[in-house]
Design a binder for this molecule. Structure first.
Ligand SMILES: Nc1ncnc2c1ncn2[C@@H]1O[C@H](COP(=O)(O)OP(=O)(O)O)[C@@H](O)[C@H]1O
Ligand SMILES: Nc1ccn([C@@H]2O[C@H](COP(=O)(O)OP(=O)(O)O)[C@@H](O)[C@H]2O)c(=O)n1
Ligand SMILES: [Mg+2]
Length: 214
């Protein structure tokens, strides 16, 4: 085993020992994942990890993977999970927290299966922000964060990837009874009201279950 294999095994073992609580936050591009995660962090003490933000930071750091990340994002394609999982694991360990909102991941079957196989972490539940495509397009075109993938050509590619690759992941978790779906076409405040109900009921239940109080 090489040094880097040994190091990544150490990360995996340390993380598993922490028994982290993980909530996957999924939904089409522009559905409000980042916006609502910021709200959840304020109210419920989670650490927000956006896979897209971690990949952008890695690209901007001058890493050897920068060009690959840039090219994949421009095409709306999903970066190989090995890199994304490594970034997520590192961020989880460095956070000092053990409650995580993992936003925009898993985005395809490869992401999902690899995360499960590598980390052995099962999400407590999956929050799915459901929103029609016309509204997603409107929001992204008004987002103004200077993202190179927020142009109409890349947006259409990202929608296609969402429908073909990400929705099947949501279906996978639906079949396991893990998906909590929210109508994300409503206002930011209304969506957060629905999110709050979920986090106050579901998360309290998880806590009691973990302490054998149920
Ligand atoms: N419920 C909402 N109604 C209207 N605009 C929203 C809503 N939620 C988020 N937005 C706006 O839409 C854009 C995309 O939101 P964002 O949280 O970045 O979505 P995602 O992370 O899912 O791509 C942002 O400009 C945000 O301010
Ligand atoms: N699990 C992930 C998440 C994002 N990404 C890449 O990062 C891009 C932007 O993801 P994001 O989550 O920041 O995008 P939004 O859904 O927030 O609009 C995606 O279109 C992919 O190219 C990825 O490759 N793998
Ligand atoms: Mg986002």
């Amino acid at each position: 085993m090489g040094t880097s294999d040994a190091a990544s095994k150490d990360v995996t073992v340390s993380l598993a020992e922490k028994k982290p609580i993980v909530v996957f936050v999924l939904g089409g591009p522009g559905s409000g994942k980042g916006t609502q995660c910021a709200n959840i962090v304020q109210h419920f003490g989670y650490t927000h990890l956006s896979a897209g933000d971690l990949l952008r930071a890695e690209r901007n750091s001058g890493s050897e993977n920068g060009t690959m990340i840039q090219n994949m994002m421009k095409e709306g394609k999903i970066v190989p999970s090995e890199l994304t999982i490594k970034l997520l694991q590192k961020a989880m360990l460095e956070s000092g927290n053990n409650k995580f909102l993992i936003d925009g991941f898993p985005r395809n079957e490869e992401n999902r299966a690899a995360f499960e196989a590598v980390t052995k972490i099962e999400p407590e539940f999956v929050l799915f922000f459901n929103c029609p495509e016309e509204e997603l397009e409107r929001r992204i075109l008004n987002r103004n964060q200077g993202r190179e993938d927020d142009n109409i050509e890349t947006i259409r590619k990202r929608f296609k990837v969402f429908l073909e690759s990400s929705l099947p992941v949501i279906e996978y978790y639906k079949a396991k009874g893990k998906v909590l779906e929210i109508d994300a076409a409503k206002s930011i405040e209304e969506v957060f009201d629905a999110v709050k109900v979920i986090f106050t009921t579901k998360v309290e239940k998880v806590k009691r279950h973990r302490c054998n109080i149920l």
